[in-house]
Design a protein around this ligand. Structure first.
Ligand SMILES: Cc1cc2nc3c(=O)[nH]c(=O)nc-3n(C[C@H](O)[C@H](O)[C@H](O)COP(=O)(O)OP(=O)(O)OC[C@H]3O[C@@H](n4cnc5c(N)ncnc54)[C@H](O)[C@@H]3O)c2cc1C
Length: 371
């Protein structure tokens, strides 16, 4: 019997995989709610490949959007810098599609499959601490109830205070803020295509806009410092309609928590960590959930194939090189997206001159990965 802490994408996908192999599992989830939120998520080909292998993609397809292009603009005068021809890249490399989806729908689909396969989800169960006593594993709830479990998967997301002493987390100071909003297509003062992700680069900020559900657009703005300071800096250069639109949004905002997570798990013990609980990835390459899905698939499959505890750890440790590369590339994207004024001139010039397909070719290692 496996106990899983956390019912985010990682925990649910892992529960699903274990049930698929007939392995009993239960989930402990701190929140009382059964759903995620109405915002969007990008599912790049490596993520949709996992969902396809899990048999979930077909069920999701009627509700998710296929992305054919990523267009990059300078927010100043809305000048297009380049188009990344996602569809051409996918056809050339015979990959599954790049999608955008509602987080809610992805979450509900995973949840319904997990529940129908017999997994019990214990809501309102915040796990405070995990203790490995050699023969047994103790999980201690917030209300001090103690449960013994045989085997454990930690999937409780990005937390500043890890619940297990073999997972350490050092916060990295940063002053980035995330602002999120969802609007109807017709409310955006820009003409956009339903199959395109738009990336706008500005001074100390970038904005990502994409369709994700019916006629809704997901808008994420990441800024260095506070929104008022950043909007003031960009005021003169942004087209008036867009400026007013951004100012009028009812943003859901939070500071972008950044950390370095180190796993020091004992290879002889059946305790594993996946998703944001195991690595902290900046959102600038849109890969956090994709890595959570890859982790969950690899772990579930390795356990399901009756491997020894050591070999399951081996399979998970083998992912480290890839995860580190994703972390490095996400960090690089953050530097590029938030380049200071002078450097941003070179960045924009470079983006205009390079071929979009060759930019995607540079990410082939990421998107054509086989789990
Ligand atoms: C602005 C932004 C945009 C992003 N966009 C994308 C994108 O487009 N594509 C992409 O691939 N990734 C994206 N990501 C990253 C992605 O959202 C995360 O990497 C992903 O949700 C991680 O999933 P998880 O299951 O590991 O963690 P979470 O989704 O955080 O789930 C953890 C679960 O554990 C529960 N929990 C927490 N603590 C406890 C506890 N102590 N006991 C019990 N339960 C607990 C939580 O309630 C939650 O349900 C983005 C991130 C940000 C910040």
């Amino acid at each position: 019997m496996y106990s899983i802490i956390g019912s985010g994408i990682a925990g649910l996908a892992c529960g699903y995989m274990l049930s698929h192999f007939g392995i009993e599992n239960e989930i402990f989830e701190s929140s009382e709610h059964k759903t995620a939120n109405q915002y969007g998520i990008q599912l790049s080909p490596n993520a949709s490949n996992v969902l396809q292998k899990m048999g979930i993609l077909k069920k999701l397809e009627p509700h998710i959007k296929v992305i054919n292009n990523i267009e990059i603009y300078s927010i100043e005068k809305l000048k297009k810098l380049t188009t990344l021809p996602v569809n051409e890249f996918i056809n050339k490399n015979n990959l599954t599609n790049y999608y955008t989806a509602s987080r809610d729908i992805l979450h509900k689909e995973l949840l319904s499959d997990v529940i129908s396969s017999g997994t019990k989800i214990n809501y309102d169960s915040k796990i405070k601490k995990v203790e490995d006593l050699g023969g047994k594993i103790k999980i201690i709830n917030e209300n001090k109830t103690i449960r013994n479990c045989e085997k454990l998967i930690i999937a409780n997301g990005n937390s500043s205070s890890p619940i297990f002493d073999r997972i350490s987390c050092s916060p990295i100071a940063n002053d980035f803020m995330t602002y999120r909003s969802a609007v109807k297509v017709q409310e955006l003062p820009l003409k956009i295509s339903a199959d395109t992700i738009y990336l706008f680069l500005g001074k100390g900020m970038h904005i990502v806009i994409y369709p994700f559900f019916e006629d809704l657009l997901n808008i994420v703005m990441i800024t260095k410092n506070n929104i008022d300071v950043v909007m003031q800096k960009n005021k003169r250069n942004i087209e008036k309609g867009i400026y007013s639109f951004l100012r009028a949004q009812d943003w859901h905002s939070w500071s972008l928590y950044d950390s370095k997570i180190t796993l020091n798990l004992d290879n002889s013990r059946p305790i594993f960590a996946i998703g944001d609980a195991a690595h902290s990835i900046k959102p600038h390459l849109a890969q956090g959930a994709s890595m959570a899905l890859e982790d969950a698939f690899t772990l579930g499959k390795s356990i399901g194939e009756n491997n020894t505890t050591e070999s399951v750890h081996y399979a998970m440790n083998a992912r480290k090189k890839r995860i580190d590369k994703v972390i490095r590339n996400s960090t690089l994207n953050r530097k590029i997206f938030h380049a200071p004024s002078i450097i941003s001139v070179f960045r924009d010039f470079f983006l205009e001159k390079t071929n979009g397909l060759s930019q995607l070719d540079n990410l082939k290692w990421l998107y054509d990965y086989e789990v």
